[in-house]
Design a protein around this ligand. Structure first.
Ligand code: ZN
Ligand code: ZN
Length: 574
C-alpha cells in the first residue's frame, strides 16, 4: 500500500480550500514542497513566461508508485496528516492534501514519477485523467503544470505582471533555499538561470549563492538560547543593508515564517546602527517546542504566533546587539562590488560563476583574519593616531597597517550621543541654578501641551514655573546641558515633548533627545580642527560603546587596509 492516505472528511473541512492557487508562486510552492517531502537532494524549477505558460519541477526524490500518483490528484489526499491533532504539530511542510487536486483541476498536468524501478506517466487535463501508463524509470518525479487557469480565464486576469509573478516566485524559492541549505535548488525562467544553490549544507555558502559575495562576507554568525528558544544564524554588519525588509528571514523549526513583532525586534536591534529607512540582511533559525507556536493554518500564509514572544524577542535583540557591538564593524569601502543580476549570455554567466567560486575561498580566509583581529582588538585601539584633516571634514588616521578615514561630524556626534544617553539614564541627576532665569515663550497651543506634560521636565530635574502668558521660567536645570546652549537645548526638549505627547516612551524620548542634542553640539563638517583635537577625537571615538556609526546610522569610520591600497595602486597582483 502506498504512503498517501485519504484524509478524514472533518479534518479536510478545517482546511481552507481553493486559495492555494491564487498566485503562481503558490503553485510553485506546492510542487516544490512535495519534492522536499520526497527527500529530494536536487530540485530544479523551470518556468516558461514566469510560470504563466508552464511550471515544471524536477526532483530526485523517492517518487511515487502508480497508485499514489493517481491518488495524489484526488481531493484530500495527503501523506502527512493522519489525525486532527497533527495539525497543531506540523513539522513537515506539505499538509494540504487538496493542493495538487486544486492545481490539476485548473490546468494541464504531466507527471513522470518512479518508485523502486517502476515508472508511471500520467496526464491530466482540467482534473480528468487522460493518460495513465508505464513510464521511464528515472529516479524521482517530474511534474509540469501548463496553461494554468485555462478554464478559469477570470483568475488569469488577477495575476500581476510577469515580472511581479517572477519576483514573488524567486523570493519564495530563495527563502526556501535558505531554510534547506542541504538541498540544491535551481530556478530558470525561459531557459535563463535566475539562481542556483549547491546544496552544500552550509548556510553561509547558501547566503553567498543567493545574495552574492558582497553580502555574505559582511554576515556574522550568532547563536544563543534560553529556556524556551534556541536561536542561530547570520546577521549583516553595518556595511551592507537593503531598502526593504524582505531580506529578514526567520525560520521556526526549519520552516520559513513571518511574525511582525519578531521582525520589528530585529529592526529595533539595528536602531542607530543603520539608517532609519534601511533594513539588515538576517537569516535566523529558531528552534522551539512545537507546542509553543501556533502556525496559522491558512494555506497561503506563513504567519506564526509564539506563546512566549517576550522571551524570544529579548533573546534575539540581545544576540544581535551583542554581535553588532563586538564585531569589527568598520565600514569597508572595498566590499562594495556591483552585483550583476542579469546576464546577457551564457559566456558572461560562466565567468561570473567562476569568479564567485574563487571569491568564496577568500571569505573563508577573511573570516579567519577577522578572528585574529578580534583577539588583538583591545591593544589595537590604543594604536590609532591622526595623520591630518582632508577637505576640512575627513580625518585621516592610521594604525599599524590600516588607514582610516573618519568623518569628524559623525564621529563627534557618536561621542556626544553616548554621553547624552548616559546622562539621561543616570539615576542621580546633579542640578545647577541658573544665573538668570531662562524664559521660554511658546505659542498658545504649545503652552497647553507643555503644561499638560510638565512632569516630563520635572522628572528631568528642571525647575520650571509658569511665568505670565504662554511663558515658562526655568531657574535650575541638570548639569549635562551644555553651557551657552541651555535655552536651545530646552527648546529641543520642548519640541520633542510636543512630538511625543501621544504615546510617550521614556527610552525612545531619551534616544531621540540624545540624537538631536548630539548633532547640535558636534563639530560641523568643514571645520579645521588641530592635530591635538584630532587625537582627542580618535581616542574618544574608539572608547565609545559602538564607534562605527553616528546615531543616525551613517558610518563614522571607513577602513582601508594596506593590502587594499596596494591592490588599488597595483603594487600587488590580485
Ligand atoms: Zn548631525
Ligand atoms: Zn548623524
Amino acid at each position: 500500500m502506498g504512503e498517501i492516505k485519504i484524509m478524514n472528511e472533518n479534518l479536510a473541512n478545517k482546511i481552507a480550500a481553493g486559495e492555494v492557487v491564487e498566485r503562481l508562486a503558490n503553485v510553485v510552492k506546492e510542487l516544490v514542497e512535495n519534492s522536499i517531502d520526497a527527500s529530494s537532494k536536487n530540485i530544479k524549477i523551470e518556468l516558461l513566461m514566469s510560470g504563466t505558460k508552464e511550471i515544471k519541477v524536477v526532483d530526485d526524490g523517492k517518487g511515487m508508485d502508480r497508485e499514489d500518483a493517481i491518488l495524489s490528484f484526488s481531493r484530500h489526499a495527503t501523506s502527512k496528516i493522519k489525525h486532527e491533532n497533527d495539525l497543531f504539530f506540523i513539522n513537515t511542510l506539505g499538509f494540504r492534501g487538496e493542493a495538487l487536486a486544486s492545481i490539476a483541476s485548473i490546468s494541464n498536468v504531466e507527471l513522470y514519477t518512479s518508485k523502486e524501478g517502476i515508472g508511471s506517466h500520467i496526464i491530466i487535463k482540467g482534473g480528468e485523467i487522460l493518460l495513465n501508463e508505464k513510464g521511464n524509470e528515472r529516479r524521482g518525479t517530474s511534474i509540469a503544470v501548463s496553461n494554468i487557469f485555462y478554464n478559469t480565464p477570470v483568475r488569469l486576469k488577477f495575476l500581476k505582471s510577469l515580472n511581479t509573478e517572477l519576483s514573488n516566485t524567486t523570493q519564495f524559492l530563495e527563502r526556501l533555499s535558505l531554510s534547506h541549505p542541504d538541498i540544491a535548488f535551481s530556478l530558470y525562467n525561459d531557459g535563463k538561470e535566475i539562481f542556483k544553490t549547491s546544496g552544500s549544507g552550509d548556510l553561509l555558502k547558501t547566503i553567498h549563492e543567493i545574495f552574492g559575495f558582497n553580502i555574505s562576507k559582511n554576515m556574522n554568525y550568532i547563536e544563543g538560547e534560553n529556556y524556551d528558544y534556541k536561536v542561530s544564524g547570520y546577521i549583516s554588519n553595518i556595511s551592507v543593508y537593503k531598502s526593504s525588509k524582505s531580506s529578514i528571514i526567520t525560520l521556526v523549526n526549519g520552516r520559513v515564517v513571518q511574525n511582525y513583532e519578531l521582525q520589528k525586534t530585529i529592526k529595533d536591534a539595528y536602531h542607530t546602527f543603520l539608517p532609519e529607512t534601511k533594513f539588515p540582511i538576517v537569516v535566523l533559525n529558531i528552534e522551539t517546542d512545537p507546542t509553543l507556536i501556533d502556525v496559522n493554518i491558512h494555506p497561503t500564509k506563513q504567519d506564526i504566533k509564539f506563546s512566549k514572544i517576550e522571551e524570544l524577542k529579548n533573546l534575539v535583540f540581545d544576540l544581535i546587539r551583542q554581535s553588532l557591538c563586538n564585531i569589527d564593524n568598520t565600514f569597508k569601502p572595498y566590499d562594495e562590488k556591483p552585483i550583476k543580476l542579469e546576464f546577457s549570455n551564457e559566456e558572461i554567466q560562466n565567468d561570473i560563476v567562476k569568479e564567485e567560486k574563487k571569491e568564496y575561498k577568500e571569505i573563508v580566509l577573511n573570516f579567519n583574519a577577522e578572528e585574529e583581529i578580534k583577539e588583538y582588538n583591545e591593544e589595537e585601539k590604543t594604536l590609532y593616531f591622526p595623520v591630518g584633516l582632508a577637505l576640512g571634514t575627513y580625518l585621516i588616521a592610521q594604525s599599524e597597517d590600516i588607514m582610516y578615514l573618519i568623518d569628524i561630524h559623525a564621529a563627534n556626534e557618536r561621542i556626544n550621543y553616548e554621553i547624552y544617553r548616559k546622562a539621561l539614564e543616570e539615576e542621580k541627576i546633579t542640578i545647577i541654578d541658573t544665573l538668570f532665569p531662562i524664559v521660554i515663550e511658546l505659542s498658545t497651543n504649545e503652552f497647553i501641551i507643555i503644561k499638560e506634560h510638565i512632569q516630563v521636565l520635572e522628572n528631568m530635574k528642571f525647575k520650571i514655573e509658569e511665568f505670565g502668558e504662554n511663558t515658562f521660567k526655568i531657574s535650575s536645570h541638570p548639569t549635562w546641558l551644555k553651557e551657552g546652549f541651555e535655552e536651545e537645548s530646552i527648546r529641543k526638549i520642548i519640541d520633542l515633548i510636543i512630538e511625543f505627547r501621544q504615546d510617550f516612551d521614556r527610552v525612545k524620548f531619551n534616544e531621540r533627545l540624545a540624537m538631536n542634542l548630539a548633532c547640535k553640539m558636534s563639530v560641523k563638517a568643514n571645520t579645521n580642527i588641530t592635530l591635538k583635537e584630532q587625537e582627542e577625537l580618535i581616542n574618544r571615538l574608539f572608547k565609545c560603546e559602538f564607534p562605527y556609526t553616528c546615531p543616525h546610522g551613517r558610518p563614522t569610520i571607513i577602513k582601508y587596509p594596506k593590502y587594499e591600497l596596494e591592490k588599488l595602486f597595483k603594487r600587488v597582483n590580485v
